[in-house]
Design a protein around this ligand. Sequence first.
Ligand SMILES: Cc1ncc(COP(=O)(O)O)c(C=O)c1O
Length: 386
Amino acid sequence: MLEIGKKESAAASKVIESGNIFRYGANGACAEFEKRYAEFTGAKYVSLTASGTTALTVAMQALGIGPGDEVLVPAHTYMATATAVVATGAIPVIVDIDESIMISPKAIEKAIRKRTKAVIPVHMWGHVCDMKSIMKIARKHKLLVIEDACQCVGGFYEGKAAGTIGDAGCFSFNFFKNMTCGEGGAVIVKKKEHHERLANLIDCCGFFWEGRKSIEAFCAGSTRKSDIEGAILTAQLDRLPGLIKKSRANKKRIIKATAKCGLKQIPLHSLDHECSQMLMFQLETEEQAIKFQTAVSGIRLIQTGRHTFTEWDPILNKIGHIHPLMDPFKMKANEKCRMNYSKDILPKSVDILSRTVAVGTGPKMTADDVKKLIAKIKEAAKSIYS
Ligand SMILES: Cc1ncc(COP(=O)(O)O)c(C=O)c1O
């Protein structure tokens, strides 16, 4: 949530006053948002859904991922990336990140086995993955690519919106994201067949109301949004480019002013097109990182809770469902899948995350805030390197 206020309130009120708050009402605010988001990202098909977690789950289901499949996920991502894999019946295989704190293309290639069906590059904290290398590997090994762009709404990579490069892209509009309607998500796909399956997966009955007939209907749940949320999202989308521009300007000032301090930023795969509200500094040792973090009121990525595999209790404990017959970790179809989870499987990732410090730099920072942060960073660097 970068900013929310009168514009969203007016957009929501307009829908409420119309008396049609249902997605299939006269206003069509959800449909309008899907159209606007498709234009913004350059995507062919956009489907609004209840959350980023739902977006990931239904995207994988639409692409045909299920029991017997392994899906590669990075060591650093919100737990939902991995639990969504389990929700489809498949098994997540956790692989290393590299210094960019994104999934390592080398680790992807090393982890591929017969059962590997897909990979989920996660664009963490508004930065984007090395999509060129990932897509090359995926094509070579015929893997599906589901981009988790839940934290990268508004980010681009080589002229393409994050989430539009792979076979599917998933977004979150929860309260903490670059744009929000309280809770929400979206899926982008390229193929009509996948889009039709998504329509059925997101709304088992709406599929009929909309008169879709291109695929045979199957049993599914309902995770559609209301037109109130659709209207809020369109208002949020109007704000997004300006807010990201402000954030980038603040970050550029800080980077320029602290360039000669001896500090290292994480390597970025998309220099001018990220949409992060943070700057990430990578120190050489954990001790240095702790010192730096305290001095600049930052946070080391290893401390961001469920964003690292070591904190994914349901995965580490292999509890995939409350009903044992529905638990992918116990299914016969998954007998040959890798499930070797423990806190010490990926020490390299843990080391990188222990040494990386995130410092908040949102669009709301005033010139004075920026100046103060620059001074703090310089002072901290001096105390570490002198
Ligand atoms: C990387 C990532 N994936 C998935 C999700 C899940 O999104 P939601 O909270 O909307 O379900 C989040 C949410 O924080 C996330 O950060």
